[in-house]
Ligand binder design. Sequence first.
Ligand code: AGP
Length: 620
Amino acid sequence: MCGIVGYIGTKDSIPILVSGLEKLEYRGYDSAGVATIVDGQFEVHRVEGKLAGLKNLLIKEGKLPGQEPAENGAGLRLGIGHTRWATHGRPSETNAHPHVAGRICVVHNGIIENYASLREELQKEGCTFVSETDTEIAAHLINKHMTALGSLIEAVRASIAELEGSYALVVSSLDEPDTLVVAKNATPVIIGLSEGETFVASDIPAVLEHTRDFLVMEDGEVAVVTPKGASLERDAVAVEREPIRVTWDPITAEKGGYRHFMLKEINEQPGVITETFRGRIKQQESGVFLDDVNFQDADYKDIERVCLVACGTAWHAALVTKYYIERLAKIPVEVDYGSEFRYRTPLVGKKTLFAVISQSGETADTVGSLDLARELGARTLAICNVVGSTIARRAENVIYTHAGPEISVASTKAFTTQLTAGYLLALRIAVARGTLTKEEMDDCIADLTRLPALITESLKCDRQVEKIAKKYGRSEDFLYLGRGILYPIALEGALKLKEISYVHAEGYPAGEMKHGPIALINEELPVVVVLGRDGINYEKAMSNLIEVESRGGRIIAVTDVATPQLRELAWEVVEVGETPPLMMPMVFTVPLQLLSYHVAVYRGTDVDQPRNLAKSVTVE
Ligand code: AGP
């Protein structure tokens, strides 16, 4: 749940580390630090709080930009950096990484589960700990083994044999200033390769400005990193792996003129949705082609049920996907939270299609559930955004969402591309099982091809939504209601508002309101109702709206085209234009994303990096 960067080469390491950490800050931002070797000693700079504080310190001390004073050994410059999301030990400068023990310096992402027993043993042997972190234990352990064995790689091998838990560790030693050693278990780490310099990072965008060639490390591997490249090993036996070449444009990871990444990412949705279905649907052939998925028609026919597992926003995408699969492919679907699925006794077997949905591909509870389902013999599939992530590697099949890097902690474009991928999956299963007529399939495909234009239209409500945000933005509570396929969209709207504006919001199925939440309704409460003219659910939602109106609730309706009755009941009506019913989840999401964004801006919160959250939740 932290971001790590390492550099070894001939350039100043500090600017490289800081720019890498800036791109990793979404992984955590309660403290930050960098370490280099200067005159044969570690020079460590750390601050509590965001990276901006570390940058100020480095500028004050003349380390930024490009003023690192000394060089290591043979003209080499080496450094490691970290941005933290606290697990063991509160956010503070003392608990910030890097941690030094003797002649060893370490940055770490993950959790060392047996830290208490290791700490006790090391204390008995005379080690003194200055922080409350589990990472400092790893630093002392490696230092102890380095003293005994005299080789950094051997010291790391010996240490990880004693560590239990998850780690991406980058280790530097004063005795081997021309080497970094990296160890990985259950948290992501990649190695970037370039002429005469090598990079280590939690993910690819962190160092994409320097190289496009990457080695993606696997669990249980250790890498010896020098300016000439990296050699991988597992259990002290060399591992051969070809680097992957990344073709993303680094500019896509920048703000591109928008005030916040979130707003940029909301506006990217028409394009990334197109990328997600491009090449996967062929109208003339009434077909859906999921090239990354190895299942044949027979495999889809063999499935008796589908189990969808995810967390947070991705869980909302799973709820909509359930609706798509049941409606189009006629297979029963269950949806579960990762944190629930993995700790009950789930009934999945080889006739179950077990699909996870994850933007990052690293969410610990989703990874854990996927591993469990594999053990239980289920067929597995992932809807995932990050190529080479843990989930993408472990699932039998992957449908990539092609949303590009999502920097804002609040998920927006990842969500609507997950919905698009879920829809494609439902159509693909429907093709294999013959559950739709040719005309129905053609209509479904035609609807999808219209989606980018519908989202573009929906984005036009931005100014109106901004005004609504200013009018209602002082309220401390919001209720979100939706029915049928729009119920998960109400949940997602409420989650977005909570996470970036810190306003309490509850999402509810509109029909359930009278079983409890109706007690909350008074003249103060804004009630956001998401409803589209999609048949029975529309009629029912209108009745629920009347119940809200008669209790004085301030209705903000998000709809396709408003009827006169809706105009009469609602205080505000946001219209997104004619939308086919199955495209409503994607199109109606846009005004809700914009509402949460503008409320957050109005309230002055940190939109892209809200308090207490991290982009990638790699701890359970
Ligand atoms: C979304 O806005 C959230 N920040 C969060 O709920 C997120 O969707 C969840 O943590 C799952 O992440 P994943 O898609 O990377 O697995």
